[in-house]
Design a protein around this ligand. Structure first.
Ligand SMILES: C[S@@+](CC[C@H](N)C(=O)[O-])C[C@H]1O[C@@H](n2cnc3c(N)ncnc32)[C@H](O)[C@@H]1O
Length: 126
């Protein structure tokens, strides 16, 4: 886990190279956020049950009321839409297993007509 220099990025963007499965990562990210931050969390790592669950558990508390936590690429679990057998699986089950114990979040419809993230738009109650 490393907070390095920002390769070709503006100074106010912090580049952190880390494993989403690292339990120390949420605390490190929380530590670099400005006090008045209103994080919009987007999970786009390996699209497995484990990485999705780690992102949900690790970052949900950072989402402000009315904000979103977006889990990308839940399309991997829809057989008709899988274009490659190498794709992982587990995103939809991770969301479904996690939501009942986190009633602050509601699965909302995609704001887009077409999306690769079905079921992944999780809105925090206001
Ligand atoms: C689909 S790409 C997303 C890239 C980026 N979000 C973008 O849109 O350009 C997935 C990325 O997640 C990284 N990744 C895979 N497993 C990870 C993990 N456990 N923790 C952190 N990143 C991971 C991969 O190395 C890859 O760069």
């Amino acid at each position: 886990m490393d907070i390095g220099p920002n390769p070709d990025l503006p100074e106010d963007i912090r580049y952190i190279e880390a494993d989403v499965l690292d339990p120390q990562l949420p605390g490190l990210i929380e530590g670099v956020l400005p006090e008045d931050a209103r994080p919009f969390i987007v999970e786009d790592t390996a699209h497995t049950y484990e990485t999705t669950t780690a992102a949900l558990n690790g970052f949900h508390h950072l989402v402000p009321p009315g904000g979103y936590l977006v889990i990308e690429d839940g399309v991997v679990d829809i057989d008709e839409l899988r274009i490659n057998e190498d794709w992982p699986r587990g995103v939809q089950k991770a969301i479904a297993d996690w939501l009942p114990s986190h009633p602050r979040f509601t699965q909302t419809a995609s704001p887009y007509v077409v999306t690769c993230h079905p079921g992944g738009f999780l809105r925090a109650s206001a």
